[in-house]
Design a protein around this ligand. Structure first.
Ligand code: PAF
Length: 291
């Protein structure tokens, strides 16, 4: 098969693992660098910024779109997770992706599937406490995607900071020869971090949700003004978020990037991570306090 790359944006949608491997094998043979953008679809500007960030680093951008059942626990939002393939396809095409890999669950997880990738410790803190199977599902599917696509480089968003750190750990521990890029959070004009789940918010919840970012910014200002106590910063964020009547805090933690463990004093590499419920919607956000 002759490999033709149409730079006028002839994006391909590929569903079958074997077909994707054949196509990517040909690109690899002629020296093309391959990038992977793993997603669960329902694109917003945050997803599109991942494509932009990686475009400069590779010749072929593969965007995977797979709502991975393994990373949803019982009672979580797998069934209602927003999906709109036609819209996603158009947005990815307009943004310059080369391939959308859109596999079916039965091809990703055959009946006999029984091998998992687990990153201990890092996956047990923060979101891992309330979502005990989540990161096992993430690392397993991302390891599969890495093996299927064999990218030179892959990109993840900073909003899911724990996920990004776990994946970096997995790549180092299992010697995947893949460069991992983590791109900044993209926010709505009022500061709310973009998330596919924001559409679940009611009008009133949506109005109050930017309190999260306001609280994090407040914390950052306070640190810039000389505060070094992690507990004081934690409390400051807590009080601010509690001022929103509809907010229910799951966690607020001041932790270090290296191992996601809590710190007493703010030091370089410290960031604050939060999970807050508005009604049935769980929002996460984070901010580096001293980079
Ligand atoms: O961040 C996500 O959308 C997902 O967790 C990922 C990395 C695509 C794995 O399913």
């Amino acid at each position: 098969m002759k490999v033709i790359k149409d730079y006028q944006n002839n994006m391909q949608v590929i569903k079958k693992i074997d077909n994707l491997r054949v196509i990517l094998g040909k690109y690899r043979k002629i020296g093309k660098r391959i990038a992977l953008v793993p997603t669960m679809g329902y694109f917003h500007a945050g997803h599109l910024s991942l494509i932009d960030a990686i475009r400069k680093k590779a010749d072929i951008v593969v965007l995977s779109l797979f709502v991975n059942p393994m990373q949803f626990g019982p009672g979580e939002d797998l069934v209602r997770y927003p999906r709109d393939f036609e819209r996603d396809e158009r947005l990815a095409r307009e943004r310059g992706a080369d391939i959308i890999f859109y596999p079916e669950a039965c091809d990703m997880y055959t009946e006999l599937f029984s091998t998992y990738v687990v990153t201990d410790q890092l996956s047990e803190v923060l979101c891992g406490k309330s979502r005990p199977v989540h990161f096992k599902g993430v690392t397993t599917v991302v390891a599969k995607l890495f093996n299927i696509v064999q990218p030179d480089v892959a990109v993840f968003g900073r909003k899911d900071v724990q996920q990004a750190i776990i994946i970096q750990r997995m790549v180092a521990d299992l010697n995947f020869p893949i460069e991992i890029i983590v791109v900044p959070i993209v926010r709505e004009p009022d500061g709310l971090a973009m998330s596919s789940r924001n559409i679940y918010l009611s009008e009133n919840e949506r109005k109050q949700a930017p309190v999260i970012q306001a609280a994090l910014q407040n914390a950052l200002e306070t640190v810039k003004n000389g505060e070094t106590s992690a507990e004081k910063i934690r409390q400051l964020v807590q009080h601010k978020i509690e001022s929103a009547a509809l907010a229910r805090i799951e966690y607020i933690e001041v932790i270090r990037e290296r191992d996601l463990q809590p710190v007493d004093r703010i030091e370089p590499g410290t960031f604050i991570a939060v999970a807050v419920w508005f009604g049935k919607t769980r929002l996460i956000d984070n901010l580096g306090l001293l980079i």
